[in-house]
Design a protein around this ligand. Structure first.
Ligand SMILES: [Zn+2]
Length: 207
């Protein structure tokens, strides 16, 4: 069984307030007698389901092309949280056996929202949770939330903690209809140099 856990990219897809939305234009059209349909798009790098590169928040950090590719492929655990807003802590995952999980995908109410609707509130990580997950050998943390930090945060403690623990992150997953459990994740960033993030096509395969 394959689950597509990616938000659909279209001009309707919401982006972080103030960021560049996705726009698509036709340069050539079959309907106009051109030899092909040819499209060009403009977008933020943090479009829909995307991987942050360390360069997003560290001046000397890696661009998507330099992020550790193997972190985005492999065993993953999906865990649903009831919390609708605010930071998540180790106690919120104490009921789950994460040994050998390597990747944790956190499913919240945000996955129930349509692609065009920006979440008014969302759960996010804490420095304590990141340190605890790092100690368990977690290499990737994915959320359906649009950030690992609070919406109003400017010092981004969780982003920086991810870098310290050499954990990569994916934001704005779409986990609606995915049962909690163990899967294999494939969610590769594009090989973009210079950019601060990349959309990914994220899929889960039952194990
Ligand atoms: Zn991001």
């Amino acid at each position: 069984m394959l689950y597509d856990i990616t938000r659909t990219i279209s001009p309707e897809l919401c982006v972080w307030p103030g960021d560049t939305p996705f726009t698509l234009t036709h340069v050539m059209r079959l309907a106009n007698g051109d030899s092909v349909n040819l499209t060009t798009f403009t977008t933020t790098a943090h479009l829909g389901t995307h991987a942050d590169a360390y360069y997003h928040y560290e001046a000397g950090g890696a661009h998507p092309a330099g992020m550790p590719l193997d972190a985005y492929i492999g065993p993953a655990r999906v865990v649903t949280v009831g919390q609708q807003d605010g930071p998540l802590f180790p106690a919120d995952f104490s009921h789950v056996d994460l040994s050998g999980a390597e990747r944790l995908l956190i499913h919240s109410q945000v996955s129930d929202l349509p692609d065009h609707q920006w979440p008014e509130c969302f759960p996010y990580l804490s420095v304590e949770l990141i340190a605890w997950l790092g100690g368990l050998g977690i290499r990737l943390i994915g959320l359906d939330s649009p950030s690992v930090d609070a919406f109003t945060s400017t010092d981004l403690p969780c982003h920086h903690a991810l870098n310290r623990h050499k954990i990569v992150n994916i934001e704005m997953l779409q986990l609606r209809g995915v049962p909690d459990g163990a899967y294999e994740l494939v969610a590769l960033p594009l090989k973009l140099d210079g950019a601060c993030g990349s959309p990914v096509r994220a899929v889960l395969r039952s194990r």
